[in-house]
Design a protein around this ligand. Structure first.
Ligand code: PRP
Ligand code: URA
Length: 212
C-alpha cells in the first residue's frame, strides 16, 4: 500500500487484476458485481489494518488464552446506488458492523449531488465510519456525504473508493482533511461529463444493469 499525505493507494496485485476486470467493457453485470464485492473485501483488509483491538480471556478446548475483539464499533455507509456493490465485501470481513445509507445522485447537467435518502444507526457519533463509493470523480458526492454525516455526529470517518480522479482526491482532502482516503487507483482525469478516464464507466449502471 502506498501512502501520499492522506491518500492510501491499495495497489495489491490481486486488486489490480480485479480493477482490470471492472474496467473491461465486455464484463457482464453479474461478473462486475462479483468482482466489485471481491475487491471491496480485499480493500477492507488494508483499511482495517490499524484498527485497535481489546483483549479478553477465553478458553480453548485445551486451555486459557487471550482473545481479541475490535475496540471500535463500525458503521459502513455506502453512497447509493453504486456503493451498495461494495457492502457485502466489507460485511464479509466486518460482520459486526452496522450499515447506514446515503442516497445521492449527480445531476447530469450541473454534476452537483442531489440527496434523496439517508438513514444512520444511532451509534454513528461513537463509531468508526467507513464511507464507501466505488467512484470518486469530481468529489462532489463524497464532499456532500461527508458533510452530511458530520452534521449527524460522525467524527471518525475513512473514505473508501475503487477508482479516484486527482480532482476528486483534492476536493475531499481540501474540504475534509481529517478523512483519510483509501482507493485502488488514481486515474488520469475526468471527461467533460465528469466521468473518470480511463475509469470503468457508470458504476451504478454496471452494478445494477441499468445501462441505456
Ligand atoms: C456515481 C458514483 C458516485 C458519484 C461520483 O453515482 O457512485 O456517487 O457518481 O461522482 P462525483 O465524484 O462527481 O460526485 P451516480 O450519481 O452516478 O449515482 P448512482 O450510483 O445512483 O448511479
Ligand atoms: N460516476 C461513475 O459511476 N463513473 C464515473 O466515471 C464518474 C462518476
Amino acid at each position: 500500500m502506498k501512502k501520499i499525505n492522506n491518500l492510501f493507494i491499495i495497489d495489491h496485485p490481486l486488486v489490480k487484476r480485479d480493477v482490470s476486470i471492472l474496467r473491461d467493457k465486455r464484463t457482464p453485470n453479474h461478473l462486475f458485481r462479483t468482482v466489485m464485492s471481491r475487491i471491496a473485501g480485499m480493500m477492507a483488509f488494508e483499511v482495517t489494518k490499524n484498527f485497535s483491538v481489546d483483549t479478553f480471556d477465553l478458553n480453548t478446548p485445551l486451555e486459557k488464552t487471550t482473545g481479541y475483539k475490535l475496540h471500535d464499533e463500525i458503521v459502513i455507509v455506502p453512497i447509493l446506488r453504486a456503493g451498495l456493490g461494495m457492502v457485502e465485501g466489507f460485511l464479509n470481513v466486518l460482520p459486526e458492523a452496522r450499515v447506514g445509507h446515503v442516497g445521492l445522485y449527480r445531476d447530469e447537467e450541473t454534476l452537483e449531488p442531489v440527496d434523496y435518502y439517508s438513514k444512520f444507526p444511532s451509534t454513528l457519533s461513537k463509531s468508526l465510519v467507513l464511507l464507501i463509493d466505488p467512484m470518486l470523480a469530481t468529489g462532489g458526492s463524497a464532499k456532500a456525504a461527508l458533510s452530511f454525516m458530520k452534521s449527524k455526529g460522525a467524527n471518525n470517518i475513512r473514505m473508501v473508493s475503487l477508482v479516484a480522479s486527482p480532482a476528486g482526491v483534492q476536493i475531499v482532502a481540501k474540504n475534509h482533511p481529517d478523512v483519510p482516503i483509501y482507493c485502488a487507483v488514481v486515474d488520469r482525469g475526468l471527461n467533460s461529463k465528469g466521468y473518470i478516464l480511463p475509469g470503468l464507466g457508470d458504476a451504478g449502471d454496471r452494478v445494477f444493469g441499468t445501462e441505456s
